[in-house]
Design a protein around this ligand. Structure first.
Ligand SMILES: *[C@@H]1O[C@H](CO)[C@@H](O)[C@H](O)[C@H]1NC(C)=O
Ligand SMILES: *[C@@H]1O[C@H](CO)[C@@H](O)[C@H](O)[C@H]1NC(C)=O
Ligand SMILES: *[C@@H]1O[C@H](CO)[C@@H](O)[C@H](O)[C@H]1NC(C)=O
Ligand SMILES: *[C@@H]1O[C@H](CO)[C@@H](O)[C@H](O)[C@H]1NC(C)=O
Ligand SMILES: *[C@@H]1O[C@H](CO)[C@@H](O)[C@H](O)[C@H]1NC(C)=O
Length: 517
């Protein structure tokens, strides 16, 4: 189903779960605690090599010495639409010796530029230095395999998660009369002599703390700001994160990467894989879902207006959700943004098409949002916002929250989503006709800074958690992970306009489903 992720790896980690003793976790019910336990289990990444000091690359995974091969079809017959293509990936080190262990972060896609087509592959780690990527053949094309991180880089990222969950920090300004002070805030705040202000949200239980200002009281907090990033890895470790060397580098085929696919005689694809395989694929640049609602294209202002007429669309989340607000206000000339004097990055935003009675709003999620100058009165948790939505058949909620969580223990994210899920359940209980769409994480461009604060390896875990937590609810998943991975445009935190247009088509197709022809 739509909640399966495209990456599969085996549960083998023997590392016991580490406690991050200066992070604050809200208490859980027994059911939630069990769910968290199972989630942590399912996230276990294969053990990765321990690193010598200083690091030399010699024995680390090298995309240039690694290859992939298209395996022949069993029985040696030709390929047909609807078949599964398997690619074997062998990873070797910088000295050309085959790796004997797994844990490399690898993604794969099949694409055909002429057809504007792309589909994500499912990667399986065999834990012996080789990996398989499996593709659904929907048209003929060529396979692309990318090493995102060598397994040795995962060793570093994993250590950062445990030892430096406060490497991104936050600040708040406190002010009363002419006195102002700034202190550091976080969910993971190292104990010092300085007392703490406890801003834990009483309704959701989401924890948040600042050091208490010296002169001022805790209730004089004015705003919330991104504070900065403490980079604290060994210089030699940075070798493991080099673009063009071992980070986001394509692995070359040992033979041909292309496969000739003969059409199925009826031209219809056999859908024998309803519960696994890709969520969809691109064809002629348009996203086609393989499960659930058929995606239609909404190419004109009048198509979109007709669909949105009489609707209230509430967007909640990080900047990847803000992109949807920006798309709607750009695409629809009569949807006028009301000037709330908000900061461009932060919001909140509201846009109205009076004649068509369309309302679109955006609000960013609460801490640990990495935006600057969020006024405390605008610092809201999505769960609390959802509790203020009446809901009903004219209400659409789109939410997405992931990219600001990757430096924290994953428990912080799990608990945040559990609290949002409770609010979604309450909303759907009181107004079952409300349409709720949840956007997943996506791959992004990686520099060293981006990697240490928001690597795809962290996003992959957020993505798995999100799919698991909302599974079984009457909500729709917007599969940003696959929609970014399958597309020919480069990975980007903020996917480029052609991808956003496709995401909007998915959203509108859920709002206005059309009978399949
Ligand atoms: C991958 O490794 C296996 C096992 O050693 C070998 O049989 C196969 O030929 C290798 N494939 C490539 C493309 O190197
Ligand atoms: C690794 O394991 C897979 C699955 O068991 C096998 O097909 C492959 O040949 C093995 N590769 C190597 C290099 O041993
Ligand atoms: C893309 O598809 C077209 C039409 O089926 C085909 O002629 C072409 O060879 C394909 N390109 C690749 C790279 O496979
Ligand atoms: C912070 O406040 C919450 C809610 O009142 C409480 O449950 C929690 O124990 C407090 N945490 C600390 C460290 O004081
Ligand atoms: C081709 O279509 C026929 C009829 O729908 C179906 O029975 C067959 O399984 C399909 N083959 C593939 C490879 O999809």
């Amino acid at each position: 189903d739509q909640f399966n992720n495209t990456n599969i790896f085996m549960r083998v980690s023997t590392t016991p779960y580490m406690h991050h003793d200066f992070c604050n976790f809200q208490p859980l019910s027994p059911e939630e605690a069990l769910e968290e336990h199972l989630l942590l289990d399912s996230l276990a990444w294969p053990d990765t090599p321990s690193l010598p000091d200083p690091i030399s690359l010699e024995q680390t995974s090298d995309p240039a010495h690694s290859t992939f091969t298209i395996l022949p079809r069993r029985g040696g017959r030709e390929w047909h639409v609807g078949d599964q293509l398997e690619v074997m990936i062998n990873v070797s080190d910088f000295q050309g010796r085959p790796k004997k262990s797994g844990g490399d972060v690898i993604v794969a896609r099949l694409h055909n530029a002429t057809l504007g087509a792309g589909v994500a592959g499912q990667v399986v780690d065999h834990l012996n230095g080789s990996y398989s990527a499996v593709f659904s053949l929907l048209w003929e094309g060529s396979a692309k395999v990318m090493l995102i991180h060598p397994s040795e880089a995962v060793t570093v990222l994993r250590r950062l998660s445990i030892e430096q969950p406060d490497r991104i920090y936050f600040k708040s300004l406190f002010r009363s009369g002419s006195v102002s002070e700034t202190t550091t805030c976080n969910v993971c705040l190292k104990p010092t002599q300085q007392p703490l202000c406890n801003y834990t949200d009483l309704h959701t239980g989401n924890p948040w703390f600042c050091y208490k200002p010296e002169k001022l009281s805790c209730d004089t907090r004015i705003n919330h700001n991104y504070g900065g990033f403490k980079q604290n890895i060994k210089t030699s470790e940075t070798k493991l994160f080099q673009s063009d060397v071992n980070m986001k580098v394509y692995i070359q085929p040992s033979g041909s990467a292309s496969v000739t696919v003969f059409p199925n005689k009826t031209g219809k694809m056999k859908n024998n894989n309803v519960n696994s395989g890709p969520a969809g694929y691109y064809y002629q640049g348009g996203w086609r879902a393989l499960r659930g609602t058929t995606v239609h294209q909404f190419n004109t202002v009048s198509d979109i207006n007709q669909c949105l007429k009489g609707k209230m669309v509430h967007l909640y989340g990080d900047s990847t959700i803000r992109q949807f607000f920006e798309h709607f206000t750009t695409a629809l000339p009569d949807l006028k943004e009301f000037n709330l004097h908000s900061l461009r990055q932060v919001g909140p935003f509201m846009a109205l098409d009076y004649a068509n009675n369309i309302l679109v709003t955006y609000r960013c999620h609460g801490p640990p949002i990495r935006f600057g100058s969020v006024p405390i009165s605008e610092l809201r948790y999505i769960a609390n916002e959802l509790d203020s939505v009446i809901g009903g058949s004219n209400t659409v909620v789109v939410l997405g929250i992931w990219s600001h969580f990757s430096t924290f223990p994953i428990e912080v994210y799990i608990r945040r989503l559990q609290s949002i899920r409770k609010a979604v359940v309450r909303l759907l209980d009181r107004a079952p006709d409300t349409l709720v769409i949840i956007r997943t994480a996506n791959l992004k461009a990686l520099t060293l800074y981006e990697t240490l604060t928001n690597s795809d390896w962290f996003s992959l875990q957020c993505d798995k958690v999100l799919r698991a937590i909302f599974k079984g609810l009457n909500v729709h998943l917007l599969d940003a992970w696959e929609m970014g991975l399958a597309h020919h445009l480069p990975h980007s935190l903020h996917p480029q306009p052609p991808i956003i247009k496709n995401m909007i088509d998915v959203i509108l197709s859920h709002i206005c489903p059309q009978r399949d022809s």
